[in-house]
Ligand binder design. Structure first.
Ligand code: FAD
Length: 406
């Protein structure tokens, strides 16, 4: 088997791998990026057809390349996001090799670096950056058995409403994925049930500025460590249909049935926690806290932004919130499919190195692993809230490149 030697090996050719390549090149560090499929593959084949970026084109990009032919305030369709990264790789002449999957990564026996096994041979490297994504393995909770006769898919396998069998749909999870998929299904004429857990819900725009701008000036993208309740709190935002604040009350007024957290399934009946009202009101509180912080910032900085008192008007709770449904007989309700928008787990099972805690989480400080020469990039909260997003991974890559170069 052939053995190739490189100084630094970057595994993964998504936004994180490319940001890493950019910063390594600018510091003169010789490296190779390997990607098992194509550049930014997840944007092409692991997301639904109509997905657009959650942030506007002026924001969801790297600092040194704009989207071409997209209005700065518009939301780039997912294929355009993938095309953007392909063009970016070309712009920086990234040394990237596609179609190469690292099947196993070991420390070399003599301690002089790492050994990556791929189908095309072995690559040995002094340093390795693992940029294989914040969302690696879709998680479907073991609630409804396969033999229940209900089609079940994860949001990463959802493409469009036509893919699902006729009938009503239960969408579980009301983060950005769940809420956007539920909305699309309802607009296509389906009866939709949406199970809503705890979530944050910033306004799409306020006083003429997008929420990504507000989070920036308020320093919220840079929040360093999540408090324990925040780490798993999903954020419900959408750039779909031009970008609107996620409005659960409006979705209910349009016919959607909102439910609490999906808990158990027995004898064809799904049971839901009595927490819907709490979750909706907590989302409202988060929404209002962003308005409060934005107003205070505008006063403090003397910004002349149009006031928007109507943004504080919140409609009354819909019936499904006031009088929540705690159980549903799936057959009686005509529910033939479930879309689980329930998030992802990490999967570093191919990394045969003692760099993880007992729960399989990488042990690192800002991406610098406890194993000398091994780095992680692109993980949620790697260094701050923005770490897993296009804009944030750039900063983390810069930090790691400095560490590698010195
Ligand atoms: C539905 C959805 C919408 C999102 N929308 C936005 C948005 O609008 N704006 C934003 O900023 N962020 C968004 N994100 C978050 C984040 O930007 C994306 O998840 C992004 O894909 C992360 O990029 P990455 O490079 O870190 O990881 P990935 O895109 O997951 O890239 C990792 C790459 O590594 C490759 N790989 C994995 N294992 C190996 C291996 N062993 N050998 C070789 N290659 C390997 C994979 O094929 C993949 O291409 C979204 C996430 C999701 C799930």
């Amino acid at each position: 088997m052939s053995v190739e030697n490189v100084e630094t090996l970057v595994v993964g050719g998504g936004q994180a791998g490319l940001a890493m390549s950019e910063h390594l090149s600018s510091r003169g560090v010789s490296h190779l990026v390997v990607e098992r499929h194509r550049i930014a593959e997840r944007w092409r084949t692991e997301r639904w057809d109509s997905l657009v970026a959650n942030g506007p084109a002026w924001h969801d990009r790297f600092p040194n390349m704009k989207f071409s032919d997209i209005d700065l305030d518009a939301f780039a369709p997912k294929e355009r996001v993938a095309d953007y990264f392909v063009a970016y790789a070309r712009q920086i002449a990234a040394p990237i090799r596609c179609g190469v999957e690292v099947k196993a990564l070991h420390k070399k026996a003599d301690g002089s670096g790492f050994r990556a096994e791929t189908a095309a041979g072995v690559i040995e490297a002094k340093k390795v950056v693992l940029a294989t994504g914040p969302f690696q393995r879709p998680v479907i909770p073991a609630v409804v058995p396969a033999e229940a006769g209900i089609t079940q898919i994860h949001s990463n396998a959802y493409r469009n409403p036509r893919q699902l069998p006729e009938g009503a749909v239960l969408v579980v999870g009301a983060g950005s994925s769940g809420v956007q998929i539920a909305d699309e299904l309802q607009r296509s004429g389906r009866k939709v049930y949406l199970s809503v857990g705890p979530h944050n819900k910033p306004p799409r725009r306020y006083r003429g500025k997008d929420f990504v701008w507000w989070l920036g000036v308020l320093g919220l993208w840079d929040v360093k460590t999540p408090d324990p309740s925040m780490e798993h709190t999903t954020i419900a935002v959408s750039g779909a249909y031009g970008g609107n604040t996620v409005d659960f009350r409006q979705l209910a007024a349009d016919g959607m049935t909102l439910l609490g957290r999906a808990e158990t399934f027995k004898d064809g009946v799904m049971h839901f926690a009595p927490d819907l009202k709490k979750n909706i009101h907590r989302g409202d509180a988060d929404y209002l806290s962003v308005l409060d912080a934005a107003d205070a910032y505008a006063v403090r900085e003397g910004l002349d932004l149009p006031e928007e008192p109507e943004a504080r008007r919140i409609a009354p709770d819909p019936r499904c919130v006031v009088d929540p449904i705690l159980q549903i007989n799936m057959r009686d309700a005509g529910i033939t499919s479930i879309v689980w928008a329930t998030g992802y787990a990490l999967d570093f099972s191919w990394v045969r190195i003692d760099a993880f805690d007992e729960r399989g989480r990488p042990k690192h400080d800002r991406g610098v692993s406890t194993v000398p020469g091994l780095y992680f990039l692109g993980l949620p909260w790697l260094s701050r809230r923005a770490s897993s997003f296009i804009w944030g991974v750039w900063q983390d890559a810069k930090y790691l490149a400095d560490h590698i170069a010195t």
